[in-house]
Design a protein around this ligand. Structure first.
Ligand code: SF4
Length: 707
């Protein structure tokens, strides 16, 4: 059976134990190989791009199984209105086309006379029923323990005042870490309590778990069907507790859940929309009613049911005042993006708990450093902790050598301020971990939170923040109390970012700084498609060939970038005034003009859009009293890296060993953390080892979602 999170080893073990108890042998059960980067690429390479991600991942996993000599695979044949029930048919067809000989058996959990008979054959009804009964009970026992643990952790989170995040969405993406790039663990690492709405039993026994005192006729009919199935299996206690009684989850407030279910009908007055779409609305309402700080809605690309309800979930978020972040995963999705968004989500929940007013008034003596290491530039801000004035700042292009840029900005800032020792600080930007390790910085904070704070310091009344940098773009909305309540970030394409403008500027032989005045000189904008950077470039070429003036095309590009940002990063959200524009692209007047034209609002440029993130980092370090650090930086310190592709498993991680004065200070890019063991070692000794990156990890340890 293709991998699905922690359930695969459990199901295998349960079947083996049950078969052994019955004395049935001759059947070898194998655990499907872990899902790695190569698994995902392999499945995606064999299927049409428009097929949803779980189908691609499971196909890759089936092909991996074939490599290991597995000849029979079980796949679900039941998933409400979702096309997931047709995966086994799609996969069988693809295997035939690939000339791969494997048998895929469709599985309907309660139809034991069908698939189990075909797979096991030759043993009678009673043992067969006992096998299925035993497996179902073990599955239930495991999930019951999981849900009880969730309930205990929730109590602890309330006691500790930790942010609480609910996770719902498409079930495979929720349950398989490789499909969500380990998002749940990343949220927990960032300090959140995470509640999973969909343990597998919720999927299997949905109607039973949901059924309240007065279920609908349809629910009652389903319940009766389940009762008949359990009776056939001889599961009498379960028939009593689950079907006749009112089964409740120990980690869910049943009363609130039933209220959420009723209120979900207001948004989607249909019983189902396919997959777990309707449930995602219900769970979002539930989490709001239960006092959670945020909801993470997970969906694979392109998932019709979840995409449909995401619009309704946004409405729920606004009506119930809960922050909802949609994560749409496809095979191109980058892990760094997931880490940043997970950290931002948790940090913003903390801001909301704290309240913006008191938070922005925090002061502390001394000078605080914020260091923003972005994809194309590095920025430093030195902040006076008592006056909250910027003492000094420095901006450097990375020129493909971020470590040198870090050294340069720090040399400049510290050199100009010898009488202002740095008492503490933080790093931010996509290179924040690198900088933190190099400099022994006390804190690393995601760039979304830092940009939010950098803009709040510039204008505490700001309600909408547009930040567009070299390769990232972000939108942050703030509520009427000035607290960030939602953010969006580009995830796959850089069409709405500075790199789009940089490559387009090259087409015209212009410097990036000249684009703004060029756009302003245009009598009108030429229509440019902005959905994709590559298509936009070819559109620009064809417009040039058609004789359109450069200024009109540049103005059209600015407009396309703004439109792309509003539809892909802001999604359906309307921008509330006052709007602030920051990031290096904010220096381009043409883009700012386009935002004003499209939104109908004034757009204020940040006082220093290039260093707003570093300013936010300095202030967050101050507010959290992140003292010390930066001892790793001394003038003359040598920073360097050694990169290699690890072949320890089929994740094929590109690992970078960062070293300072010959000692390894961190290993970046490893999904499993195996190379963290090199920390503190001599770089020459480690890289001289011919087995570096060759040692195979134990098979059970691998997995693309690990980090
Ligand atoms: S670093 Fe870890 S996860 Fe990545 S390829 Fe090596 S062994 Fe696999």
């Amino acid at each position: 059976m293709p991998r699905i999170g922690r359930y695969s080893p459990l199901i295998k073990r349960s079947f083996e134990e049950a078969l052994a108890e019955e004395g049935i042998d001759g059947l070898r059960l194998e655990l499907a190989p872990p899902i790695t980067r190569r698994t995902v690429d392999r499945g995606a390479g064999c299927m049409d791009e428009n097929i949803c991600l779980p189908a691609k991942i499971t196909l890759g996993n089936i092909l991996d199984m074939h490599d290991e000599g597995i000849d029979t695979v079980l796949e679900w044949d039941q998933c409400g209105d979702c096309r997931q029930k047709a995966y086994w048919i799609m996969h069988s067809s693809t295997l035939r086309q690939l000339d791969v000989e494997m048998k895929i058996h469709p599985v309907q959990p309660m139809n034991v006379t069908g698939w189990l008979d075909e797979v096991l054959g030759g043993f009678s009804g009673a043992p067969r029923r006992r096998v299925v009964r035993s497996v179902l009970r073990k599955l239930w026992a495991s999930d019951l323990a999981f849900m009880e643990a969730q309930a205990r952790k929730l109590e602890q989170a309330d006691a500790d005042g930790r942010p609480k995040v609910g996770v719902c969405g498409e079930i495979y993406t929720v349950l398989e870490p490789a499909a969500n790039l380990g998002l749940v663990k990343k949220l927990e690492d960032a300090g959140a309590y995470v509640h999973n709405a969909l343990p597998l039993v919720q999927f299997l026994f949905n109607q039973l778990l949901d059924a309240g005192a007065g279920p609908s006729a349809r629910e009652a009919a389903k319940k009766a069907k389940w009762a008949a199935g359990f009776s056939y299996l001889g599961m009498w206690p379960e028939v009593r507790d689950w079907c006749v009684g009112r089964m409740q989850r120990p980690d869910v407030d049943a009363e609130l859940y039933h209220r959420a279910k009723r209120e979900a009908d207001h948004y989607l007055p249909k019983e189902r929309v396919g997959g777990h779409g309707k449930e995602s609305i219900t769970w979002t309402i539930y989490y709001a009613l239960a006092g959670f700080d945020a909801v993470v809605h997970l969906m694979p690309f392109p998932c019709m049911p979840e995409a449909t309800v995401s619009v309704l979930i946004d409405e729920v978020a606004s009506d119930y005042g809960i922050s909802v972040n949609h994560f749409v995963f496809d095979q191109q999705f980058g892990e760094q993006n997931v880490i940043t968004r997970a950290e931002a989500l948790v940090n913003m929940a903390r801001f909301r708990r704290q309240g913006a007013g008191s938070f922005l008034r925090t002061t502390r003596p001394g000078s605080w450093l914020g260091l923003d290491v972005g994809s194309t530039s590095t920025k430093a801000v030195l902040l006076d902790g008592e006056t909250l004035e910027i003492v000094d700042e420095q901006y450097e292009l990375n020129q493909r050598d971020p470590m040198n840029a870090i050294r340069t900005v720090l040399t400049e800032v510290t050199g100009r301020n010898p009488d202002r020792p740095i008492v503490g600080g933080a790093t931010t930007g996509s290179g924040r971990r690198l900088a933190q390790a190099l400099l022994d910085a006390p804190l690393a904070i995601d760039e979304i939170s830092c940009q939010a704070v950098g803009c709040m310091l510039c204008n505490p009344d700001v309600r909408s923040i547009i930040e567009i940098g070299g390769q990232d773009s972000k939108f942050i909305s703030l509520d009427a109390n000035g607290v960030p309540d939602w953010f969006g970030m580009n995830s796959i394409c850089s069409a709405g970012t500075g790199s789009f403008l940089t490559s387009a500027a090259r087409e015209f032989g212009l410097a990036v700084e000249e684009l703004g005045s060029c756009a302003r000189s245009a009598p009108c904008a030429v229509n440019i498609t902005g959905r994709c950077g590559v298509f936009a470039e070819s559109d620009i070429v064809s417009k040039q060939q058609a004789g359109y003036p450069a200024s009109g095309i540049v103005k059209g590009m600015s407009s396309a970038l703004a439109q792309n940002f509003l539809s892909n990063v802001c999604r359906s959200r309307k921008l509330q005034a006052p709007i602030m524009f920051t990031g290096a692209v904010a220096l381009n007047e043409g883009v700012a003009d386009s935002f004003e034209e499209i939104t109908g609002h004034d757009v204020r440029i940040h006082d220093d859009p290039r260093t707003s993130g570093a300013l936010g980092a300095a202030f967050l370090a101050l507010s959290r009293d992140a003292r010390g650090g930066f001892t790793g930086f001394q003038p003359g310190t040598e920073f360097a890296s050694h990169t290699f592709q690890c072949s320890g498993c089929s994740n094929d991680c590109e690992v970078s060993l960062i070293h300072r004065d010959g000692r390894i200070v961190c290993a970046l890019g490893s999904r499993c953390g195996i190379h963290d063991a090199h920390h503190g070692k001599d770089i020459a000794t480690v890289t001289a080892d011919p087995e570096l990156g060759q040692r195979r990890r134990r098979r059970s340890e691998a997995g693309a979602g690990q980090s």
